[in-house]
Write a protein that binds this ligand. Structure first.
Ligand code: ATP
Ligand code: SF4
Ligand code: MG
Length: 328
């Protein structure tokens, strides 16, 4: 499969010097063309930091300490998003990679009609379009995401949370991006609305052909809608697999625990047990496997040596001493 975005050895810190914490550690991640890649992990596992870091939108005191983010353009050239100039990055953002961030629905301007806000986005990036063409495009975009034309001139407060979320997706799609990154856009919405929105996005992905990175801690949503899933724990990717494989046979005990934390939407029911304990303080990470203090299956080696994320012959990746075949 064609690769579109590759994160290689990404490390992200908050702060510098002795007081700094590493919130994303040695992350490798590949997004293929047209796929939905889900990113899951408990609160604080570094999902947003990864999304901001790889798109160079990290607010201070966040800094990318090392790594590269290779983006393969349509003309066959490859750029490292972390090293291109600001002007080029601005050009790629929205037209190539569009991002809907956590809490983005609150960034809609409350005193402007959504049509105006959409038209402004289109205008900012394609200033040569006529006002008429922009209006038409705004209407078309809202229809794409399932908002009726008679809502075009509504103010944000006149729309439900789910509809505001759809407006955010419409804005992200305004310039026909090849990659859409959505960071947990649905936390505040109820499960039914979350599923409808994700369904809309996945359907659009099929029609328009973009790739999606979808970030949430609700693994059951990802199992249903994503092609592949990467699981993060304490800043690291601890397992990556096709959704169906991950669901059928999670290899990492943390993945297994996460799957038992949310009611399954399909498939056989699992006992909901969750994961006892809480993630480590990034300032004092446990030695060995970061998950070992909480791991029900920890071995002696786990407290001493860090398991590295290795790929097995069947294309699955896991960082766990229970699966040494996959390591190295
Ligand atoms: P959530 O599911 O709650 O959105 P997340 O997986 O997106 O969580 P991040 O927001 O990326 O997690 O946070 C990763 C780690 O970085 C956490 O331990 C958090 O405390 C830390 N962190 C985030 N922002 C800052 C900051 N501005 N300064 C210092 N530490 C930060
Ligand atoms: Fe558990 Fe050890 Fe695997 Fe870590 S490496 S998840 S502690 S079994
Ligand atoms: Mg987050």
């Amino acid at each position: 499969k064609e690769r579109i975005l590759e994160v290689r050895g990404l490390n992200v810190d908050y702060g510098a010097g002795p007081g700094s914490v590493r919130a994303v550690r040695d992350v490798d991640l590949t997004l293929h063309r047209g796929e939905v890649l889900g990113l899951a992990g408990e609160s604080g596992s570094g999902k947003s930091t990864l999304a901001y870091g790889m798109t160079r939108l990290l607010p201070p005191p966040g800094v990318v300490a090392s790594g590269e983010v290779l983006y393969h353009l349509q003309d066959g050239t490859t750029v490292d998003l972390l090293r291109i100039r600001d002007a080029e990055l601005r050009r790629l953002r929205w037209s190539e990679i569009a991002i809907v961030f956590q809490g983005a629905i609150n960034s809609l301007n409350p005193v402007q009609r959504i049509s105006t806000q959409l038209v402004d986005v289109i205008k900012a990036h394609s200033p040569k379009t006529s006002p008429r063409a922009r209006q038409d495009r705004a209407r078309e975009l809202l229809e794409l995401v399932g908002i009726a034309a008679d809502r075009l001139h509504s103010y944000p407060h006149q729309l439900s949370g789910g509809m505001r979320q759809r407006v955010m997706i419409a804005m992200a799609l305004a310039l026909d991006p090849r990659v859409v990154v959505m960071d947990e856009p649905t936390t505040a919405l109820d499960v039914v609305v979350q599923r409808q929105i994700l369904r809309t996005l996945v359907d659009l992905r099929e029609r328009l052909g973009f790739s999606v990175v979808f970030i949430t801690h609700d693994l059951s949503l990802l199992v249903e809608f994503s092609d592949r899933i990467a699981i993060m724990y304490a800043g690291q990717v601890v397992e990556e697999a096709a959704s169906a494989d991950l669901y059928r046979s999670p290899l990492h005990p943390y993945s297994d625990g996460l799957l038992r934390s949310f009611p399954a939407l399909k498939g056989e029911k699992r006992e909901l047990t969750g994961i006892p304990g809480s993630p480590p303080d990034l300032r004092s990470m446990p030695a060995g496997c970061a998950f070992h203090p909480r791991c029900p299956r920890a071995l002696d080696v786990c407290g001493d040596r860090v398991p590295l994320l290795g790929q097995s012959r069947d294309g699955r990746s896991v960082a766990c001493w229970l699966h040494p075949v996959a390591v190295g």
